[in-house]
Ligand binder design. Structure first.
Ligand SMILES: *Cc1c(COP(=O)(O)O)cnc(C)c1O
Length: 414
């Protein structure tokens, strides 16, 4: 053993190896650009998985962080927190919701939404209504309950019996399947307006409206998971605002803190009626530091013109991507998504992981998702120049992949 070769960085890590990490690390960020530790510049069209909503190190957000950081970080929810009160009021003013509960992550925001839905029926005299209907391809987080809610069996395997109370993998976008899944034990339908991890899956136009009607008819709650689709990503503050309906409960995270760990679940007064004193809690959630950052992020997202600009930028990017699809039909099969929640559906021969690696060779980041899709989730602040830069890098990556195809064909013995 004395002469064992030095371990590679990957195997010498003291971090639990649950991730395959790309061999790059970053030292700074500005807008949609990252600077790696070796000094190279990278175009970030992943935004840390839809988190860096207003770009990296936005001066307004940094100023809020520094200012609050010098004053007070944390007090606990045993006391009044003006920054959290303000953020909650602004979020309820801008949405369907009457109440907000702040969390530290998306999965916690989902746990809270699930608890709220069940406690509503309990308070309503229907303790038997506990089941949450969820969809195939859904992703709601990695806690024991949220893996049981999600559509991926691999995330459940080996962790003992899945948490009960979910009717999983109902066909996404299929209102008849949803109707058939409702029974006298159903508490709520939980759905992403656009599935993110599942592969930027956009349901049929009327799906949310039909689900709303179904929930009203059967007296069950509609809970939306807007952890990925919310906070301006689709060009509206929340994706449900494109559908003409409102949910009863909603989970939010990712873009709300722009990188500071912050999430929330929100509810109408009625749907939240079971969540009285003592029914839920968190030590960190909504502390002064996190909510000061949240307010600064919201300042930017709610500024006049910001969301319209996201919608327009999304359209422009989509048009440019359409040209890319025309130029590289061997690599890209189509485009999915709304606003800046976009996906490139790749040909079966091109694995999304390989596509992301080819783009890393061009110093550009994208995020693989289900159904062999590469997600484009840039900061919502990108401009024309970044669109052109992204399209140029995507074009070069596609060309490199096509070259590999040609080389592989020539190598084949006749
Ligand atoms: C990322 C995500 C979650 C989980 O959020 P975490 O902060 O990783 O716990 C839940 N739902 C959706 C739709 C997500 O995209």
């Amino acid at each position: 053993m004395a002469d064992a070769a030095p371990a590679s960085p990957a195997t010498s890590s003291a971090m639990l190896p649950t991730y395959v990490r790309a061999p790059v690390s970053f030292a700074r960020g500005e807008g949609c650009w990252l600077e790696a530790t070796d000094g190279t510049r990278w175009l970030d069209f992943g935004a840390g998985i839809a988190v860096a909503s207003v770009g990296h190190s936005h001066p307004h957000v940094v100023a809020a962080l520094v200012e609050q950081g010098q004053k007070l970080w944390h007090v606990s929810n045993l006391y009044q927190i003006p920054q959290a009160e303000r953020l909650a009021r602004r979020l309820t003013d801008a949405t369907f919701a009457d109440y907000v509960f702040f969390t530290n992550s998306g999965a916690e925001a989902l746990e809270g939404a699930i608890k709220t839905a069940r406690k509503y029926h309990f308070a309503d005299g229907h303790p038997e209504k506990v089941e949450i209907i969820t969809f195939d391809g859904a992703f709601h987080g990695r806690t024991l309950s949220t893996i049981a809610a999600g559509g991926n069996d691999k995330y459940i395997e080996g962790f003992f019996a899945p948490v009960e109370g979910f009717h999983r993998k109902v066909a996404f976008g299929d209102i008849e399947a949803a109707k058939a899944a409702v029974n006298e034990r159903t508490a709520a339908i939980l759905v992403e307006p656009i599935q993110g991890e599942g592969g930027i899956r956009v349901p049929p136009q009327n799906f949310l409206r039909d689900l709303r009607n179904l929930c009203d008819e059967r007296h069950i709650l509609l809970a939306l998971d807007e952890v990925q689709s919310g906070m301006g990503r689709t060009g509206k503050l929340f994706a449900y605002m494109n559908s003409g309906i409102e949910p009863d409960i909603m989970s939010v995270a990712k873009g709300i803190g722009a990188g500071f760990p912050l999430g929330a679940f929100m509810t109408t007064k009625d749907a939240g009626k079971g969540m009285v004193v003592g029914t839920h809690g968190t030590t960190y959630g909504g502390n002064p530091l996190a909510t000061a950052v949240g307010n600064a992020v919201l300042d930017l997202i709610l500024a006049p013109g910001f969301l319209d600009n996201v919608a327009q930028t999304g359209l422009k990017l989509k048009q440019r991507l359409a040209q890319l699809v025309d130029a590289h039909p061997q690599v890209i099969a189509g485009i999915r998504g709304e606003g800046l929640l976009l996906g490139l559906k790749l040909r079966d021969e091109v694995a999304a992981g390989d596509f992301a690696a080819a783009l890393r060779s061009q110093h550009m980041l994208v995020i693989p998702a289900g159904e062999n899709v590469a997600r484009l989730l840039p900061p919502l602040t990108i401009g024309d120049q970044e669109i052109e830069e992204a399209v140029a890098r995507l074009d070069r990556a596609c060309a490199a992949i096509e070259k590999q195809f040609t080389a592989a064909k020539q190598e084949k013995p006749v």
